[in-house]
Ligand binder design. Structure first.
Ligand code: RTP
Ligand code: MG
Length: 156
């Protein structure tokens, strides 16, 4: 009999600027939850790069503050793999708003590390297509090379 097939999915996770001081702690939680870290990078996005990354939100009221926040300081970017990784990572991070997360999903990452609706500690891809787009985006030369300094290579 052939061995059972397990479909291992990839997703993109980001530790946002406000949670970078807890990056080691968050990476431990990632590993303890059975994710494999395929790639990781520390990058400092320009406002243009942050706008491109979150282009789906262009025109929304929170877009300017989101872009300013995401380009304010370095972020930790991870490609994670696991069975049903996209859904599993979204469940682990919890709802967008940390105050809501605290009530409905106590113990999720945004409950533990989030500060407010914008500074909510972590990002997770929403679908297979967005995961593939975001992985390509973050690990493309145009993002990686300008910050490929010693500091960027060693993530923390
Ligand atoms: P993400 O894309 O970062 O994983 O977050 P998400 O899917 O849970 O939420 P999304 O609707 O995609 O929003 C993207 C990010 O924009 C900021 N935001 N601020 N002030 C506000 O009302 C507001 N709403 C969203 C958050 O940083 C959110 O994660
Ligand atoms: Mg989103």
């Amino acid at each position: 009999m052939p061995p059972p097939q397990i479909y291992v999915e990839r997703t993109l996770a980001i530790i946002k600027p406000d949670a970078m001081d807890k990056a080691n702690e968050i990476e431990d939680i990632i590993l303890r939850n059975g994710f494999t870290v395929i790639q990781k990078r520390k990058v400092h996005l320009s406002p243009e790069q942050a706008s491109d990354f979150y282009v789906e939100h262009y025109g929304k009221m929170f877009f300017p503050s989101l872009v300013a926040y995401m380009s304010s300081a370095p972020i930790g970017v991870f490609v994670l793999a696991k069975e049903k990784a996209i859904k599993a990572w979204r469940e682990l991070i919890g709802p967008t708003n940390p105050f809501k997360a605290r009530e409905t999903h106590p113990g999720c990452l945004r409950d533990t590390y989030g500060k407010d609706q914008t500074r909510n500690a972590v990002h997770g891809s929403e679908s297979f297509l967005s995961a593939e787009r975001e992985i390509r985006f973050m690990f493309h030369d145009s993002i990686v090379e300008p910050i490929a300094t010693e500091q960027a290579v060693k993530i923390y």
